[in-house]
Each structure stands twice: as C-alpha cells, then as structure tokens.
Design a protein around this ligand. Structure first.
Ligand SMILES: NC(=O)c1ccc[n+]([C@@H]2O[C@H](COP(=O)([O-])OP(=O)(O)OC[C@H]3O[C@@H](n4cnc5c(N)ncnc54)[C@H](OP(=O)(O)O)[C@@H]3O)[C@@H](O)[C@H]2O)c1
Length: 258
C-alpha cells in the first residue's frame, strides 16, 4: 500500500450511520472511492449522496446483510463491476446486545456471531485473493475496547467474546498476509456516541463517558497512511472514563495527586 491513496477503492460495511458513516467520510476525504454497505436502503443512499457531495469521490451504495453469504458475494461482485478492483476493506457493521446471560434470547447468539464475527471473516475471504494478487492492500476490522478487559464486561459476554475472537483472528491474519504486503489492523474503540450505544442501560446515563467518532476516524486515517513497510496491528482509542474500567478502577476514584 502506498500512502498516495487517491483513486483507491474501499469497501466499508455498516456505513449508513454511526462509526461507519463517519469513517466513510474520512476515507473519502483521502480521495478514495467507496462501496458502502448496510441493510436499509434509505439511510445508505443518503450517506452515499452526502459523501459524494462533500468529497467528490465515487460512491456505490450496495444493500447488503453481512449475515448472508450471497449478499457478501454480491457486494464484492458489484464493487468489482463498478471499480474493477478492491484495495481496502473496512469491516465495521455490527450489532450489540446487553443481557445478563441467563436472560439473553437464544436467537441473539446467532445474530451476534453472524454479524460481528462470521460476516467479517467471510468478507475478508471473498476479497483476500484480489489483495494477494496485487501484493498490497489494507484490511481494517472494527473490534472493541471491551476486548481489553479480562474477564469481558458483565452483560456483554457474548458480544465481547466474539470481538475477542475477531481480534485474535485479525492478528493471526496479519502474520499470514504480511509477506504479500497486506496490512491488517484492528481498531478497538471505547464507548462511542452512536445508535448502538443509545439504548444501553447504565452506560449512557453520563454522556461524559462517551466518545465522539473523531478519534476512530483519526485511527483509520493513521492506519491507511503509515509508510508501506509498517502496519499498525491494533489501535485502541478509549475514553478515559470508559465504563469497562469500572470493575478494575472505580469510576469515582480520587487520583492521589489531584
Ligand atoms: N458504538 C460503540 O460504542 C462501539 C464501541 C466499540 C466497538 N463498536 C463497533 O463499531 C461498529 C459500528 O458500531 P456503531 O456504534 O457505529 O453502530 P450503529 O450506529 O448501530 O451502526 C451500525 C451500522 O451497521 C449496519 N449493520 C448492522 N447490522 C448489519 C448487517 N447484518 N448487515 C449489514 N449492515 C449491518 C447498520 O445499518 P443497517 O441497520 O441498515 O444494516 C449501520 O450502518 C460495530 O462493529 C460495533 O461493534 C462500537
């Protein structure tokens, strides 16, 4: 990957709102053309119009449910038909679920696993041979800062343990792919102010505990613009008051020097 990114092509999933939409704008600001994906057509088209207008790049919206293999195949096919190549994949689409384990609906497990883990691995598998052929490319996976906690945060154990798996997969993938000049980066965001966190109990009561998407956008930009022989394996961007630290460091701790 060279640092001149103008004219490159990126697929970004979950780009119709939240972190994905913010990232899509940032990536487009580097002159990169986009294929953006999400399930709901309306917000996706709206995002595509916004990005085209602001950044003067080409944007292809493709409705896609990342839990469905045929949708992922269609996303890759449509991207190649439009742009002739794929240089960058940003796997970001995700769902959350907050339950004490004994109350969590059983259907949740499949949805979480298919969206937050299998969807990522499958889409990478569908593009990886193109990147290998080009001997360059970048894959960015939206993991989660919750993977920094051991044990994973209470009431999020299925979500977080799948993200732990994704993080392990991403690191392993880097070692397999580095000889091909392919970068693989995991981003570990803290709790960010999006629709995904809007419904979470306890966590969003105090908004000072939430980050905006800005630090995540900067992390993506950093990952894409480091020199060609460098790969940031993992970038954690955590609000200093992120609630997962609560079991370890009390939220209201008094620092001895303050
Ligand atoms: N927000 C946080 O605090 C936080 C912290 C750490 C990690 N993350 C991770 O960051 C990523 C983005 O989260 P967010 O907060 O931006 O969420 P969000 O605001 O809820 O946005 C989620 C995006 O993913 C899409 N999506 C959801 N399920 C999909 C599916 N099956 N197929 C295709 N697209 C799908 C949504 O569009 P449709 O509904 O139209 O499909 C939407 O564009 C997730 O992977 C999440 O786990 C978030």
């Amino acid at each position: 990957m060279t640092t001149d990114l103008k004219g490159k092509v990126a697929i970004i999933t979950g780009a119709s709102r939240g972190i994905g939409r913010a990232i899509a704008n940032t990536v487009a600001s580097l002159g990169i053309n986009l294929a953006i994906a999400a399930r709901q057509e309306g917000p996706l088209k709206e995002a595509a119009d916004e990005i085209r207008q602001k950044h003067k790049v080409e944007v292809l919206p493709v409705t896609c449910d990342v839990t469905k293999l045929e949708d992922l195949e269609n996303l890759v096919k449509k991207t190649k038909e439009k742009f002739g190549k794929i240089d960058i994949l940003i796997n970001n689409a995700g769902v959350s679920s907050q339950y004490p384990f004994e109350k969590q609906p059983i259907e949740d497990f499949e949805k979480l696993a298919h969206t937050n883990y299998l969807g990522y691995v499958r889409l990478i598998r569908l593009v990886i041979n193109d990147l290998i052929k080009n001997k360059s490319g970048a894959i960015i996976n939206m993991v989660s800062g919750s993977t920094l906690c051991d044990p994973v945060p209470r009431n999020f154990i299925v979500y977080s343990s799948l993200k732990v798996g994704l993080r392990a997969f991403s690191k392993g993938l880097f070692w397999e792919m580095r000889d091909y000049g392919i970068k693989v980066t995991s981003i570990l965001p803290g709790v960010t102010d999006t629709d995904l966190t809007g419904k979470l109990q306890d966590i969003t009561v105090d908004v000072s505990r939430l980050m905006t998407t800005e630090a995540i956008e900067n992390a993506v930009k950093f990952a894409l613009t480091v020199p060609p022989n460098v790969c940031p394996l993992e970038i954690a961007v955590i609000n200093q008051q992120t609630p997962w630290t609560k079991p370890v460091i009390p939220y209201a701790q008094k620092h001895p020097e303050r």
